[in-house]
Design a protein around this ligand. Structure first.
Ligand SMILES: [Zn+2]
Length: 550
């Protein structure tokens, strides 16, 4: 038996079998049930989201021998012939291949004649924006005075290119891109029906690769099944798509956050074994940075399809908002300039090293030079002059953005601490100390993730969770110790041990407070009498993620 591609084999035959696009289906089903029919419909949306599928089902609904119905029988000759693409009164045109005015005129010449078999003569014109202006005029003439037995179903990926005169005569439906979860669910369902073995990760990768198009998703699945010898396995799917596992990109980000250049380079070495598309690696890293920024500022908006939420939240507490913005900016420029690099891998490595070079956590010598630098707001930190990458950018706006981002950092050392009245060690708690030290960057992340274990007049012992281990290195340890001594104005020894924390760390407290404030903000919005009236009278809904605590 010959293999039939999934998209054709599982093409929906009626509205019930459609996946997604509920808002459009509801409108069409209601119109059919109430027999409120327009003479021209326009379906817009990107490729593979169901425009022509909906149009063909609609053509069945109009011509089914059981009567005009939202549930075409699928049994009568009209339904069957439409499904097989040989119904004489359904005239399908792909405008992408038929733009000459003669063709369209010839097509529309027959409009006046009554349908041969069906109730309606249905013209399905795909990619209608590709018609020539002469063809548009011919179409417009028909649309102005349409014969009662004719229906036009137009589809386009690019409605902007349609003349307003045509647009204004059509009932327009805008199809949405398919959400990844919906594609995943549908593909899983089909794989079960087809008895194809699969793992969830491979389906997720394929759904991502489809970029919102169900048809593309099914084509990718077809390919992956062939590639994997009848089953779907994540390693094979990765190899086929040329995608690098998200774990590897996550590892790069972790190494960047801990400021560990050798580890970053090691990640690249491991990556290069897979001969990836380096531009994609940068794109994946940018996407991950975007999600990390969301996790910090708007946790509800995090795309759960993309990353493990818990791991992301953990990362988000380990990196400053400014660093994320800086990495992102450098990554964007690095991606833009990648084609100019002598080789793509070198381009990626330079972009990653640049992220570390511009990062305002100067170590060793840099502290000394930074402390003597003038206030940051007026000047770029000294690291920028060491590596004048932005100065080479032709694009001035990019340059100034990068400068702005770097200049938002205080050039003064991370360990700056000027409490008005010196704190006393014996009556200080850890959260208070962390605040008083006024830390920034990595050392702050280290501090807020620790809890106080023991203290004596000459020593402070902290506990750090195993999962935040990468925050701790000798340089950061020393920096934190200096900051403590400065803040308390005494000599102290700092010990940091790994171990399970029994109390909430300052980072956890902040996260919890933020969550509580968000919840109470959402609650007060829900209880607001105006909001309640809107909900009752207009069927309005509050989008929780749009609520911001004051
Ligand atoms: Zn039928």
């Amino acid at each position: 038996m010959s293999y039939q591609v999934l998209a054709r084999k599982w093409r929906p035959g009626n509205f019930n079998e459609m996946v997604g696009q509920e808002h459009i289906l509801r409108a069409l089903i209601n119109a059919l049930n109430e027999q409120r029919l327009h003479h021209a419909y326009l379906f817009t949306g990107t490729r593979g989201v169901g425009k022509t599928t909906i149009a063909r089902i609609f053509a069945k609904s109009l011509n089914c021998e059981t009567g005009i119905t939202s549930k075409p029988c699928g049994e009568c000759s009209a339904c069957k012939e439409i499904a097989e693409g040989r119904f004489i009164d359904l005239i399908e045109v792909d405008a992408a291949s038929r733009t000459k005015v003669e063709d369209t005129r010839e097509l529309l010449d027959n409009v006046q004649y009554a349908p041969t078999h069906g109730r309606f003569k249905v013209y399905l014109i795909d990619e209608v924006h590709m018609l020539s202006s002469h063809s548009f005029n011919a179409l417009l003439k028909t649309l102005e005075e349409p014969p009662p037995h004719v229906k036009f179903l137009l589809a386009t990926t690019d409605p902007q290119k349609l003349p307003v005169t045509i647009l204004s005569r059509c009932l327009q439906f805008n199809l949405k891109r398919m959400p990844i979860t919906l594609i995943e669910e549908h593909v899983k369902h089909l794989m079960q029906q087809e008895s194809v073995a699969f793992d969830d990760a491979s389906i997720r990768l394929l759904a991502h690769g489809a970029d919102g198009s169900m048809r593309d998703a099914l084509s990718l699945v077809d390919q992956a099944i062939a590639f994997g010898g009848g089953k779907l396995e994540v390693s094979e799917v990765q190899a086929m798509l040329g995608t690098v596992s998200r774990d590897r990109v996550m590892n790069i980000l972790k190494a960047l956050i801990s400021g560990d250049a050798p580890a970053v380079m090691q990640c690249v070495v491991e990556l290069s074994d897979l001969t990836p598309d380096y531009a994609n690696v940068l794109a994946d890293l940018l996407a991950l940075l975007h999600q990390t920024a969301l996790a910090q500022k708007a946790p509800d908006s995090v795309d759960e399809n993309m990353v493990d939420r818990e791991e992301l939240q953990r990362l988000a507490t380990q990196v400053s908002t400014e660093d994320i913005q800086l990495f992102y900016q450098i990554g964007l420029i690095g991606r833009r300039d990648l084609p100019l690099a002598p080789d793509p891998r070198g381009g990626l490595e330079m972009a990653l090293l640049r992220m570390l070079a511009f990062r305002p956590t100067p170590e060793g010598q840099a502290i000394a030079s930074a402390t003597t630098a003038p206030p940051a707001a007026t000047k770029i930190p000294p690291t920028s002059t060491d590596m004048p990458v932005t100065a080479h950018q032709a694009d001035n706006t990019t340059q100034s953005t990068a400068q702005q981002i770097t200049s938002n950092y205080p050039a003064v050392a991370d360990t700056q601490a000027v409490p008005t009245a010196p704190l006393k060690l014996e009556d200080a708690n850890w959260t208070g100390l962390v605040e008083a030290m006024n830390l920034r960057g990595m050392v702050k992340q280290l501090a807020v993730n620790c809890v106080l274990h023991e203290k004596s007049p000459t020593e402070i012992r902290l506990l750090l969770n195993q999962e935040n281990e990468q925050l701790l290195n000798p340089a950061m340890h020393k920096k934190l110790e200096e900051a403590l001594c400065n803040c308390l104005q005494q000599t102290l020894k700092l010990q940091i041990e790994m171990g399970e924390q029994q109390v909430e760390s300052p980072a956890q407290t902040t996260a919890r407070n933020q969550q509580e404030r968000q919840q109470s903000a959402e609650k007060s919005i829900q209880q607001d009498p105006v909001v309640q009236a809107l909900k009752e009278n207009f069927n309005a809904e509050v989008v929780p993620s749009s609520v911001k605590p004051r």
